[in-house]
Structures are given as structure tokens and as C-alpha cells.
Design a protein around this ligand. Structure first.
Ligand code: PLP
Length: 419
């Protein structure tokens, strides 16, 4: 089929706008008449720096990121950040503890005791991605250091699909981080907003909150100042796979807070991050400590420029559209309860990953096969659910147009009605 015959609802990498890809294809061959393609230009060049700085500025404008936050372009994907967030924020926790007790004469012993008794990494587990992040923290730091604040599976008969009530969350005191995944891509579970229990107090101080926004960034307004770190892979709502964005509070990185020395961490029995995952290092080098894929940053930058041009009210405009598209699809599903069952609880339904079963006729396997065959024939592709959970998943990322969502909603109605 031709590109324009397809509406692709895959969960990531996602569709990119065709005009962006055409411009990028040209840039790959000969960037701005330089005779060299963008993937061939040095990452130390003026060109590279300009592309990075513009992408940072445009992201900050679109998302309204305050000045006391730094934007990093990293590699290693969302998965790399499962490790990076744990390594770096444990480092910051140790640095702060060191500063707090430095004037006391038995400070070394006190630091050791604090690490042994008080160091905790808190995880709110609401789906397979936050579960993976918690498992990585346990692999790096030991299970005893990881506190599962809430486990959605345990409170929902072994299946993801809810977010446990905040009143049941068991937060540690002064955790090195409190981690959650804002939108669980596999399970179709999204937080409605920032968890109230994590909000900063009147003094502006609150827990060190980390959020994985890989699959819903740029689709709604985020109050960045509630977070210490927000991260996301580019490949869903921002660009092509290959770069990962980290939005981090400057107070967590040098020169305000320096990571403890490797020697200190070793004495405390704690691991240190590979240099490429150390936020300080990446920040001090404007994301160019080592060779970065400038081509991927360029694509992200072009997507941002397009978004800024399309939405005069920035991410709020995209938010309205995302909601409208998700409502179209959920309404089609809800109005045919004899044919479909949405998997997650209504209160936590994701606007980005719409997970449902096709129950029409009673034989789910057969119905879903038929559903996928018919939808594919109409150019509605990428609808198969994640292999770990099965079912159908319609990923409603930013590149899905209103017309694309309408087409899917119409198919849902037609399929349900057909005899
Ligand atoms: N976090 C979420 C919410 C995801 O959806 C994904 C991938 O789909 C990841 C993390 C892992 O990202 P990556 O494949 O870039 O490591």
C-alpha cells in the first residue's frame, strides 16, 4: 500500500508526519546545501549545537518548562532511564546526606548508617513499564532498598487495569525518588493528573518525583515544577527512536549538587552509573559528551516546530485534540457493549493507548482475528495488542489525525453492527 492509504495505530515507534519525513530525507542527503547529510555532520559542529539548542528551546516553549530545569538528550531509551534515574537520584540522596552531616565528627559512620537504614527507592507499580523500572532498581540496589508504594496487580486480582487509591500508598520517608509511569503503554492505564499525595507542601518542598512519560508526553499540560525528573523516549510523540529526553531540576545536578565520588559510593557499597548515564556529565556538555544522533534531534525539532505552528496555545491545543480523538474511539466502544470490552477501569483509561477486547459472538480469539483482518483491509493497521496481554490496542499518539480517529471509530461501529 501507499503511505497515505495507511492509518497506523502501532504503540511505538509511531507514525511521523509525512512532510517532516520528507524534509528529513532531504536533510539526510544534503543538509542546507552543505553537501553533507545531517547524519554525516560532526556532533561538535555549529550546526549540531544550533539544532540541539533550538529543539531545547522549542520543547521548553511547547511544554512551558521553567528556567530552573535542564533538558538533556540521551541514548539508551526509556529502559536506559530506568537505570539512570535510580543511579543518579541515589547519588543525589547520598550527596545531600553527606552535606547534612558533614559537620559532625563521626560523619562517615553516620553516612554508612543512613545508607543502611534509611535509603529507599519508592515505586508505584501500575503496569508493565513501572514494574520493569522497579525490577531494575532492585537489580542495581537490592530488593531491600526498593519500596513498592502500591502494586496495581495485587489490588486487582493479578491484572493491571486500575490505579490503587492514594490513601493506600505506602511512601517511605525521604525516599531517594518516588517513581511512577504516567501512561502505561501496554496496559492502557493513564494517571488522570498529578497524584495529590505527591504534591509539594506550602514550603514548595515535596518528594523527589520521577515520571516516565514515554507514551503521553506532548499530549497534555504537565506542571513540570512538581517533578524532579521527567523522561521519555522520542519514538512515540516526539520523533524517531534513538534519543531519550530527560527534563531535570537543575538543583539535582552540578554545580548545585555534585554526585559523590566513585570512592565514596564504593565504600558505601553502592553502585555508580556508567558515565554515559550520569546526568551531570551530560548536562555539563550540553548533551554532547559523546556522539549523539543529531539527525534524530533534528526530526524531534521539526516535530516541535510543526506542533508550535499548529497549536497557538501550545500543548493545551494538542491536549484538546488528544481528548477529542480518544473520546471518539471510547464512545464507539462503549456504545457497543455486546461487541467490545475496554480492558482498564474507566477511571484510568489512557487517552494514548486504547486497550480493548473484541467479544462479539463470544469467541474472543476468532472475533479479534476477524477484527484485525477487516481493519487491516481498510488501512487501519498496528492494532494488535502487546504480545504479553493480547487483545487490541489502538495507540492514539499525536500523529493520528482527527480523521484517522474518526475512521477507526466508524470501523468500530460498522464491525459491531455487521451480522
Ligand atoms: N516506558 C514506556 C512507558 C514505554 O512505553 C516504553 C516502550 O515502549 C519504555 C519505557 C521503554 O522504552 P525504550 O524501548 O525506549 O527503552
Amino acid at each position: 500500500p501507499a503511505r497515505e492509504d495507511i492509518t497506523y495505530f502501532g504503540a511505538g515507534p509511531a507514525l511521523l508526519p509525512t512532510d517532516t519525513l520528507e524534509r528529513a530525507a532531504q536533510a539526510l542527503v544534503n543538509f542546507n546545501g552543505t553537501g553533507l547529510g545531517l547524519a554525516e555532520h560532526s556532533h561538535r559542529s555549529e550546526i549540531a549545537n544550533t539544532i540541539i539548542n533550538e529543539a531545547k528551546a522549542d520543547l521548553a516553549t511547547f511544554l512551558d518548562i521553567p528556567d530552573d530545569y535542564e533538558i538533556l538528550f540521551m541514548q539508551g531509551g526509556g529502559t536506559g532511564e530506568f537505570s539512570a534515574t535510580a543511579y543518579n537520584l541515589v547519588g543525589s540522596w547520598v550527596a545531600n546526606k553527606q552535606a547534612e552531616i558533614s559537620s559532625q565528627n563521626n560523619s562517615e559512620q553516620l553516612l554508612n548508617d543512613a545508607v543502611n537504614n534509611d535509603l529507599k527507592l519508592d515505586y508505584i507499580v501500575t503496569g508493565s513499564w513501572s514494574a520493569k523500572a522497579a525490577a531494575e532498581a532492585a537489580r542495581l540496589f537490592g530488593q531491600d532498598k526498593v519500596n513498592i508504594v502500591a502494586d496495581a496487580k495485587l489490588s486487582n486480582n493479578g491484572k493491571f487495569g486500575i490505579i490503587p487509591d492514594e490513601s493506600t500508598w505506602k511512601l517511605s520517608k525521604n525516599a531517594a525518588l518516588v517513581y511512577y509511569c504516567d501512561n502505561e503503554t501496554v496496559d492502557g492505564v493513564e494517571f488522570a493528573g498529578f497524584p495529590k499525595i505527591l504534591a509539594p507542601g506550602p514550603d514548595g518542598k515535596g518528594p523527589i518525583v520521577v515520571a516516565d512519560m514515554s507514551s503521553n508526553i506532548l499530549s497534555r499540560k504537565v506542571d513540570v515544577k512538581n517533578f524532579s525528573v521527567i523522561f521519555f523516549g522520542a519514538q512515540k510523540n516526539l520523533g524517531s527512536a534513538g534519543i531519550t529526553v530527560v527534563i531535570i531540576k537543575k538543583s539535582l545536578i552540578a554545580p548545585v549538587t555534585k554526585q559523590p565520588s566513585a570512592q565514596t559510593m564504593r565504600q558505601l557499597g553502592l553502585p555508580i552509573p556508567p558515565i554515559i548515564l550520569q546526568y551531570d556529565t551530560i548536562a555539563q556538555n550540553n548533551s554532547l559528551y559523546n556522539t549523539l544522533s543529531i539527525f534524530d534531534v533534528y526530526i524531534a525539532g521539526q516535530v516541535l516546530k510543526r506542533a508550535l505552528a499548529n497549536f497557538p496555545d501550545n500543548v493545551s491545543g494538542q491536549e484538546k485534540l488528544s481528548k477529542q480523538k480518544a473520546e471518539l474511539i471510547y464512545n464507539a466502544l462503549d456504545s457497543h457493549p455486546d461487541a467490545y470490552r475496554v480492558v482498564p477501569d474507566k477511571s484510568v483509561r489512557s487517552r494514548m493507548n486504547i486497550c480493548f477486547r473484541v467479544t462479539k459472538g463470544g469467541d474472543i480469539d476468532a472475533a479479534e482475528k476477524d477484527f484485525l483482518k477487516q481493519s487491516t483491509a481498510l488501512g487501519l493497521t498496528g492494532l494488535k495488542g502487546h504480545r504479553s496481554v493480547g487483545g487490541i490496542r489502538a495507540s492514539n499518539y499525536n500523529s493520528i489525525t482527527l480523521e484517522g480517529a474518526q475512521k477507526l471509530a466508524q470501523f468500530l461501529v460498522d464491525f459491531a453492527k455487521a451480522s
